[in-house]
Design a binder for this molecule. Structure first.
Ligand code: ADP
Ligand code: MG
Ligand code: MG
Length: 247
């Protein structure tokens, strides 16, 4: 689904990704762990198509297409979803307006008919229910005044509505209490654990992986994948730190 070869990327002239290789097949969940400043978020931004990141070498294909050649909105329409550590707040635009617009613009790009207001509301309500998110939150301005846990649940509602083929989730677990962590973990499994989908889960801690069991765990250090293994690698990292395991 996602194949990255010898990827190099820089920001403000500083090289952050230094020859990164990674392949995620359909049906797989991969976790990426690694020390602060290793380039994990950079990888997410580069794959998502943030213009301030410059790709200086290598390739990335998504479902056989050249991902790096696509604009950010084309990547989203092709089924790529990015969840970020600090979701944006958008005063003045309600959650439903925002989500309906996002979904319908993706549908349009794929040549699919837009959902009507009523159809969309039904879908949004079902997703909010599934995540244990209060229906009232759908009417509020996007993320404004939401707690950390509410923002993450909201992000999962967004993911459920968009129903992407591939999700890159950057520290989706940071700052969550146990209930929110469980809800988010279950959301990821319910929405994304499918034979034709894939997930890249960027995380500092092993605890989210108790809910979303990865098929492969990678250690990203200094812009490269330096070690890969099974779920036991995450446990080992948590116990011993990156120093010894990734050296
Ligand atoms: P991680 O998510 O693994 O903690 P990041 O991808 O956020 O790491 O950051 C990787 C490195 O890129 C860090 O050393 C960070 O300081 C650097 N970096 C991020 N943004 C910029 C920028 N605008 N200019 C220069 N360096 C940056
Ligand atoms: Mg960080
Ligand atoms: Mg980061």
């Amino acid at each position: 689904m996602l194949k990255i070869e010898k990827l190099h990327a820089a920001i403000d002239g500083k090289e952050i990704l230094k020859g990164l290789d990674l392949e995620v097949k359909a049906g797989e969940v991969h976790a990426i762990m690694g020390p602060n400043g290793a380039g994990k978020s950079t990888l997410g931004y580069v794959l998502g198509g943030r213009p301030e990141y410059e790709v200086t070498g290598g390739s990335a294909t998504f479902r056989g297409e050249d991902l790096l050649d696509m604009e950010a909105h084309e990547r989203a329409a092709a089924g790529l979803f990015l969840g970020f550590q600090y979701p944006v707040e958008i005063p003045g635009i309600s959650n439903v307006q925002f989500l309906r617009e996002a979904l319908n613009s993706q549908r349009k790009a794929r040549g699919e008919a837009p959902l009507s207001g009523a159809e969309f509301l039904k879908l949004a309500r079902a997703q909010a229910d599934a995540l244990g998110m209060d229906q009232e939150m759908l009417k509020r301005p996007v993320n404004v005044g939401f707690s950390g846990g509410e923002k993450k649940r909201n992000e999962m509602v967004q993911m459920g509505i968009l129903d992407p083929k591939f999700a890159i989730l950057d520290e989706t677990d940071s700052g969550l209490d146990i209930d929110a962590l469980k809800a988010v973990g279950e959301g990821i499994n319910r929405i994304m654990r499918k034979p034709d989908k894939g997930v890249l889960l960027i995380t500092h801690y092993q605890r989210l992986l108790d809910y979303v069991e990865p098929d492969v765990v990678h250690v990203l250090a200094d812009g490269r994948i330096v070690k890969s293994g099974g779920p036991e690698l995450a446990v080992e990292l948590e116990r011993e730190g990156y120093g010894t395991v990734a050296a």
